[in-house]
Ligand binder design. Structure first.
Ligand code: DO4
Ligand code: MG
Length: 331
């Protein structure tokens, strides 16, 4: 094989990416680095960083300069790594989180896009002449931040995301997600689907944890794109399509740059790290700017495909509620 090149390293607009993957044989996911083997006909392959002593994602997420950390390991082991290269289509890609970490968490920011603010006001029937809590949080220096998931609650690409049986109005929320090291530095980006119930939150804001936190309520992936400056991130586009019975039933897109300008990396991480420690790093999902119309709700079997520039595509299928009502319940 030709010289191993870290995909994107040194090229404008492209960034090195890592994934969590399971090759045939090992029982625990490995950290993979996406490679380009040939500049002219770029084909993405994955090499196994376990071979150069990187045992888990936490090791990478704890770094201040993960690209330098990976590059230093890869540089001297070209021949070895060339023997451990996989076609991503032939292996399982997992969510880019260490399931064993007791410290890792996913958090979300909310109401960071004007569209999100307007839609929360609509779903909660706020009269247009009152200043709602959503209006207030949109302009307040303190962002809305909420806890979303522990590692075991995070599903990866091609896994199910669920509906709640007690909700009649459920949507995916496709969000750019900051990958933040324990020191509060943004070291990369990924995608999170902050799957949500709109009628539960709409009934009462205090129900937000129930609208947001449930089995199968969070998907992240496909990997982590490292080394994004805020200026670079603001150029990126994110899009979502929803396929039902083979037909596209929703499509929408936005950019990171359309997010409220004051919601900088610094603003979001500063508030998240106030009186909170994240010894294994944290994912901070930055809020949605793609909202399906009010008459849209997810159905079982829908395919949700979220694509973000530079990061990739996170695809999940909507599964059934994890628990069926044992008796007739009002919902
Ligand atoms: O305040 C409700 C949640 C907001 C949210 O999740 C978003 O804007 O993405
Ligand atoms: Mg959200």
């Amino acid at each position: 094989m030709a010289e191993i090149k870290i995909a994107g390293a040194g090229k404008t607009g492209l960034h090195p990416r890592i994934v969590s993957f399971l090759p045939v044989g090992p029982t625990k996911p490995r950290v993979g680095l996406i490679l380009n083997t040939d500049e002219d006909t770029p084909k993405e392959l994955i090499t196994d960083l376990n071979e150069v002593g990187i045992r888990n994602l936490t090791e990478v997420l704890r770094q201040n300069d993960p690209v330098d950390f990976i590059r230093s390991r890869v540089a001297s082991q070209q021949a070895l790594l060339a023997q451990h290269v996989y076609d991503p289509n032939l292996i399982t890609i997992h969510a880019p989180v260490d399931r064993d970490s007791l410290n890792f968490e996913v958090w979300c920011a909310g109401v960071t896009y004007d569209d999100s603010k307007r839609n929360r006001n609509l779903e909660s029937n706020v009269s247009p002449d009152t200043l709602s809590d959503y209006d207030k949080v949109y302009v307040d220096p303190r962002p809305e931040l909420f806890f979303k998931a522990t590692p075991r609650r995070v599903n990866g690409p091609n896994k199910f995301v669920n509906l709640r049986f007690d909700s009649k109005w459920m949507v995916p929320e496709p969000e750019f997600t900051l990958v933040v090291n324990p020191g509060g530095k943004v070291i990369g980006l990924t995608i999170c689907n902050d799957q949500s119930s709109r009628d539960i939150e709409g009934a009462n804001k205090l129900y937000l944890p129930q609208a947001k936190i449930f089995t199968g309520g969070c998907a992240v992936g496909p990997g982590i794109a490292l080394d994004y400056s805020e200026a670079d991130a603001r150029q990126l586009e994110i899009s979502m399509e929803i396929i039902r019975n083979g037909q596209q039933v929703f499509e929408g897109k936005t950019t990171y740059g359309k997010m409220k300008e004051e919601r900088t990396f610094e603003n979001l991480t500063d508030y998240l790290f106030r009186e909170n420690e994240f010894p294994d790093g944290v994912f901070l999902s930055t809020g949605t700017g793609i909202i399906p119309p009010p008459d849209f709700t997810l159905q079982m079997g829908d395919v949700i495909r979220i694509t973000a520039d530079g990061i990739g595509t996170l695809e999940n299928v909507v599964g059934k509620p994890s628990r069926r009502p044992s008796r007739e319940l009002e919902c």
